[in-house]
Design a protein. Structure first.
Length: 539
């Protein structure tokens, strides 16, 4: 329903005064329709009133135009440089893994001479800023195990900076994450896209082609490689798998992240036959989105980085890796998956006690105790005051999962489930890093075995590295605490940011993109949401 002239006037006044329009409307109702002075001026041109009404439902645009005196930034000849900058920026969005169709470039045109054009450009700019500085989708609404808090900058402030910039095109280029792994992922995406074969070429049959083999299928393989610039010279027989073709196959394999052995096996041919949107491409696009969720994090500072699908934990300092170790993460079952979030690591706990989580107590241990009160005898039964209760005094059979009144706790020992040290960053999910007595699991390629916490392959070395910035002899400090045999808390000064992340595609220390299995299926969900966001105008 179109607003009355008074409502539009009041909306303009409220935007100019930085007050929400909804509040203004409420004030009018409470005052019985009497005009209330809410701004230094209540006289606006028709264009200003139209602009105020159009942005009233968009908080970021209302904030910007209110602070801008309701002045357009895209209309007229003076707005052409900004219009062109935005149109050019849209053409670069595929380098971020975001399709240009999300911004509907055909709706922008090139005239930009009226109020309608102003709003189309402004809304497009706001959407682009939101996408590049915090992601296309909201991670909190994607997968239950993702608890990533996106620290988006104020869109209104960035629009103001764009409007004031002497080089708006360059301003938009620098909007995305300015972090080396993001740039490496972009470069890999470009290279992967360049390796996409035209859709009208016949596909090569899946087989295993090696030096000396000859078949019509090899000729089809040659044609597909040649279409992307990988064409062997001086071909005498296109059906022959010769050394020159093997070299081109190896180049292709290296470019798309496969083992560059020069043998055209099923994986190589399957990827060469794909339409370009293959598993590698999807993994890189999802990784770029995940990086945008972390735009507000200081990723060049000292930090602990745990990549769940990689089963690795690292410490980075100023962007350089100074430590890495294998880890065991949560099982693939929904309730045991390791969550994703960022926090501050505050303590090392040496000789930790293990307070068994309630979920493990009632789901795993209570049934065993009902069958045999002396089961899991290495773990104490404690009451609400923390006192150990003799098992002979408890009738386990009378309790259910909801009525069991006791807790379970394991004292420091060689077989303690947390090993000799745990690393604490207090969080509502009770997730932490810790040692473990089950060392054999670190030899496995797939290491999703825990109830959610992260088990560390080299916990002592991790402790030494974390303590190294606050003491000259971190090993001695740690061992003194260890030798007491008592639970000892060591404060980390300063605290260390810790990021539990989930990248199935990420650059290694050489910049090469490594791919990892989507062990929890989270990337598949994110990909589906990204596809929807690329087509949904209201996403």
């Amino acid at each position: 329903m179109r607003r009355s002239g008074f409502s539009v006037l009041l909306a303009a006044a409220m935007i100019m005064s930085g007050t929400q329009v909804a509040t203004a409307q409420s004030s009018v109702m409470q005052s019985g329709g009497t005009t209330v002075a809410v701004s230094p001026r209540l006289h606006f041109s028709p264009d200003e009133m139209a602009l105020a009404e159009a942005v009233a439902s968009h908080p970021a645009l209302a904030a910007f135009y209110g602070g801008n005196g309701l002045k357009p930034i895209f209309t007229g000849p003076e707005g052409e440089v900004r219009r062109q900058a935005l149109r050019d920026a849209i053409e670069t969005m595929p380098s971020h893994g975001i399709p240009t169709s999300r911004y509907h470039p055909d709706s922008l045109g090139s005239a930009g001479q009226d109020f309608t054009s102003e709003m189309v450009y402004a809304r497009t700019l706001a959407r682009m800023i939101q996408d590049l500085t915090g992601g296309v989708i909201d991670p909190a609404r994607s997968v239950p195990g993702i608890h990533r808090e996106v620290r988006r900058p104020a869109v209104a402030q960035l629009i103001a900076e764009f409007a004031a910039s002497d080089n708006p095109a360059n301003y938009l280029v620098k909007l995305g994450p300015q972090h080396e792994p993001y740039e490496q992922l972009q470069a890999a995406l470009h290279e992967t896209q360049a390796m996409s074969v035209p859709a009208d070429l016949p596909k090569a049959p899946e087989a295993v082609w090696r030096l000396g083999m000859s078949d019509e299928g090899v000729a089809l393989l040659r044609a597909r490689l040649a279409s992307i610039g990988l064409e062997a010279e001086r071909v005498t027989d296109p059906r022959l798998y010769d050394e020159a073709l093997s070299a081109e196959v190896a180049r292709y394999q290296e470019a798309v992240g496969l083992n560059p052995d020069g043998v055209a096996g099923p994986n190589t041919i399957r990827q060469l036959n794909s339409d370009g949107m293959n598993a590698r491409t999807r993994a890189i696009i999802v990784a770029l989105e995940r990086m945008r969720w972390m735009t507000g994090e200081a990723l060049d500072d000292r930090m602990v980085w745990v990549n769940i699908p990689e089963y690795k934990a690292r410490i980075f300092e100023k962007g350089h890796e100074v430590f890495q170790t294998r880890v065991v993460v949560g099982k693939a079952e929904t309730e045991m998956q390791t969550p994703e979030f960022s926090d501050q690591m505050e303590y090392l706990v040496v000789n930790p006690r293990w307070n068994v989580p309630r979920s493990i107590t009632i789901k795993e241990y209570l049934p065993q105790l009902k069958a045999n009160r002396y089961a899991v005898s290495h773990i104490d039964i404690v009451d609400g005051n923390g006192n150990v209760v003799p098992r002979d005094n408890i009738d386990f059979a009378r309790y259910t999962a909801s009525s069991f009144p006791y807790r379970m706790r394991q004292k420091p020992s060689d077989d303690n489930a947390l090993g000799k040290v745990k690393f604490i960053f207090p969080n509502q999910w009770n997730i932490y890093l810790h040692d473990t007595p089950t060392k054999h699991l670190f030899a496995n390629q797939s290491r999703a075995y825990s109830h959610g916490c992260i088990r560390i392959g080299d916990p002592f070395d991790l402790a030494y590295q974390l303590l190294s910035v606050q003491t000259e002899n971190p090993q001695a400090v740690f061992e003194r605490a260890l030798n007491t045999g008592k639970e000892t808390w060591l404060k980390l000064t300063p605290e260390v940011p810790v990021h539990l992340v989930y990248f199935t595609a990420f650059p290694d220390e050489t910049g090469q993109i490594r791919l990892y299995k989507d062990v929890y299926g989270r990337d598949a969900v994110i990909w589906g949401l990204l596809e929807k966001a690329g087509l949904d105008l209201d996403a």
